[in-house]
Design a protein. Structure first.
Length: 66
């Protein structure tokens, strides 16, 4: 599956929702993505692990391929 993804492919992830009142694992996932504050943006490598983390907090982030 990793062969299908182009080398060096990146994702731009922006936090759009607040972690207040969310389960601890969702707050920790945001921190793991390098987020944690509203409107903070990070560019991350497109890997299955990062996609899984984005999927876990998809209601709190917006992402796009760069």
């Amino acid at each position: 599956m990793a062969e299908k993804q182009a080398a060096g492919k990146r994702l731009r992830v922006t936090q759009t929702g607040s972690p207040i009142g969310r389960p601890a694992d969702q707050r920790e996932t945001l921190i793991g993505l390098g987020l944690g504050r509203m409107r903070r943006t990070r560019e991350l490598e497109d890997t299955p692990a990062v996609r899984g983390m984005i999927g876990k907090v998809r209601h709190l982030v917006r992402w796009e391929e760069v």
